[in-house]
Design a protein around this ligand. Structure first.
Ligand code: HEC
Ligand code: HEC
Ligand code: HEC
Length: 497
């Protein structure tokens, strides 16, 4: 790198680390001596606490803890288009965790996706986002992981991806193409609140890793940042401030409330991976940090159809209306009675109406949400409606509440066992009367969501790519050999070799 670039980089580093400080816990003013009257917190304890807060903001636990497993002991299998990637044990265990990692090695894993042994990590570990973490925060995280997490001396299953994805070195090429291994660009004209929001949203909280569509090689399409993407069975919708395609109609308060509790009545509720992120991470952030994220998000580029053409249907938060309770109670719909529609209406009465109301209006306290004016029934696709029916909703809120809707796709539970045809009929019924009537669900669509979401052709591409690559390499070698021969023949200096 040229010295000028280095200078710019160093300046950027200084600027971002100065601007993006985590507020120190109020109980630990740095100038209070250790012997001062109680209650005081030692600088080390304050550092560990800061690291703990950052680990929460970064949601390390979501991936590095298996269901019912020990915190950070790994073992969770993360589905990727090319197979399962197992999150590793990142407790300070010296035998099976990261107990032998130096701070530099820890920083390399977090920001560059390189393990202590030099092997590359798969981007299932969101190092492309964590690359934005500043040195002070990496230092605090390291202190927390070494001293604030209990060591667990048990191994995790090895990741075994199929060829050629099992060649970790191939990630070097991916990184060269897609990893921006540097702090966020300085933006001196912006407020401290906006900068903090950007730092959190793009770095630790990694909103883009779910909400940004991915390209051919699973890289985030930065020109379409936050405009909506499928993550496994769930669809993470457009959260740019676009007035119709995004969340331009949400107030800052609503966004903060959603991140804190996972629901805004008459707009959306969080299930799936968003519910997990809220349970473990966002609901535990300070109000100032959530507000900073909201401030930043409201100012990201709006992405969606040209807003000069007025929308015909309104936003996904405004569609549908309360149904005719009596007609639906009888399992018949307002005029149409195709067999599929009657099937959908009957399933609704039998399985859903007890909580969401016979007219889909939900309960007055909002605990059971209305199914119209709801992003799950009027999004750009019906995937979240299908996924909600199959997998239910489970979430914990900042106030310690538990939000629960049972899953109806459980093949081992006779009571909640809906077939793909059932789910399609029910979805179409809900879409027609409560949501986006242009969407139609086929049993095959349900099968895809049931199987964990759409598959990507990446593995095939990689295999073909390897094949093509091998041919190209062979050709280059041949060419090189030919040139060498030619050189030898015409270069007199080579005669004695
Ligand atoms: C979205 C899921 C996800 C999140 C969030 C996540 N990780 Fe990871 N991490 C992984 C996976 C998967 C691997 C293993 C990847 C592999 O084997 O290539 C991994 C690997 C690692 C490793 C390498 C350990 C080793 O030697 O194998 C470290 C260190 C690490 N993560 C630390 C963290 C920290 C610290 C956080 C929070 C700041 C975090 N991770 C958040 C998924 C995640
Ligand atoms: C692990 C993946 C993941 C991460 C990380 C994530 N989201 Fe989400 N988000 C989702 C999914 C999936 C949904 C849809 C949930 C549903 O409707 O049940 C969603 C829904 C939302 C919604 C509601 C939109 C709507 O129309 O229903 C907002 C707002 C939102 N996310 C904001 C954020 C912000 C801000 C961040 C970062 C601070 C973030 N998300 C990080 C996966 C994620
Ligand atoms: C036992 C009560 C109960 C039953 C039965 C029930 N739900 Fe729900 N439903 C809930 C709760 C609770 C939520 C989540 C509210 C929240 O997130 O704040 C919810 C949320 C939803 C959402 C929004 C999910 C999202 O991610 O945005 C949809 C759509 C939905 N339910 C559809 C249905 C359908 C269809 C049925 C019938 C198959 C059904 N529900 C049956 C309680 C129930």
């Amino acid at each position: 790198m040229r010295p000028l670039n280095l200078l710019v980089l160093a300046a950027a580093l200084l600027a971002t680390s100065a601007l993006a400080q985590t507020p120190e816990p109020a109980s630990a003013p740095p100038d209070v001596p250790a012997a001062a009257p109680a209650p005081t917190v030692s600088p080390e304890a304050a550092l560990i606490e800061r690291g703990r807060y950052l680990a929460v903001a970064s949601d390390c636990i979501a991936c590095h803890t298996a269901p019912r497993g020990k915190p950070m002991a790994g073992g969770l299998a993360i589905a990727s288009p090319v197979g399962e990637i197992i999150a590793t044990n990142i407790t300070p265990s010296k035998s099976h965790g990261i107990g032998n990692y130096s701070e530099a090695q820890f920083a390399a894993a977090l920001r560059r996706g390189v393990r202590a042994d030099g092997a590359n990590l798969y981007p299932a570990m969101p190092y492309t986002a964590y690359a934005a973490l500043n040195d002070a925060d990496v230092h605090a995280l390291y202190a927390y992981f070494m001293k604030g997490v209990a060591a667990v001396d048990t191994p995790t299953r090895e990741t075994a991806l199929p060829f050629p994805m099992n060649i970790r070195a191939s990630m070097k090429v991916w990184n060269a193409l897609f990893l921006k291994d540097q702090p966020l660009a300085p933006a001196p004209q912006r407020s401290a609140q906006w900068l903090r929001g950007r730092y959190l949203a793009e770095g630790p909280a990694h909103c883009s890793s779910c909400h940004t569509p991915r390209g051919f090689l699973m890289q985030e399409k930065t020109n379409l940042a936050l405009s909506g993407a499928q993550v496994g069975p769930w669809y993470a919708p457009n959260i740019t401030p676009h007035p119709t395609a995004g969340i331009g109609t949400w107030s800052q308060d609503e966004l903060v409330a959603y991140l804190k509790s996972g629901r805004v009545e008459g707009r959306a509720q969080a299930a799936g991976s968003m519910a997990e992120a809220i349970t473990h991470s966002f609901s535990k952030l300070t109000d100032e940090d959530l507000r900073a994220i909201a401030v930043y998000l409201k100012e990201t580029p709006a992405i969606g159809p040209d807003s000069s053409t007025p929308p015909t249907l309104g936003t996904r938060f405004e569609q549908g209306k309360a149904g005719n309770a009596l007609a639906q109670f009888r399992g018949r719909t307002l005029g149409a009675d195709s067999p599929e529609e009657i099937r959908g209406a009957r399933l609704f009465s039998a399985s859903c109406a007890s909580c969401h109301g016979y007219n889909g209006q939900g309960t007055r306290d909002g605990y059971y949400p209305s199914l119209f004016h709801n992003s799950a029934t009027a999004g750009v696709n019906a995937n979240n409606l299908i996924a909600t029916i199959l997998y239910g909703v489970e979430r914990e809120t900042a106030e310690g509440g538990h939000v629960f809707m049972p899953p109806f796709g459980d093949q081992h539970n006779a009571l909640n066992k809906l077939s793909n045809e059932d789910v399609a009929a029910l979805s179409n019924y809900l879409l027609k009367y409560y949501g986006n009537p242009d969407l139609k669900v086929k049993p095959e669509d349900v099968a895809v969501i049931r199987a964990g979401g759409p598959r990507s052709p990446l593995l095939l591409v990689a295999r073909i790519g390897m094949g093509v690559g091998a041919v190209v390499v062979a050709l280059l070698l041949l060419l090189g050999a030919l040139m060498l021969l030619r050189r030898k023949r015409i270069d007199p200096e080579n005669d004695w070799k």
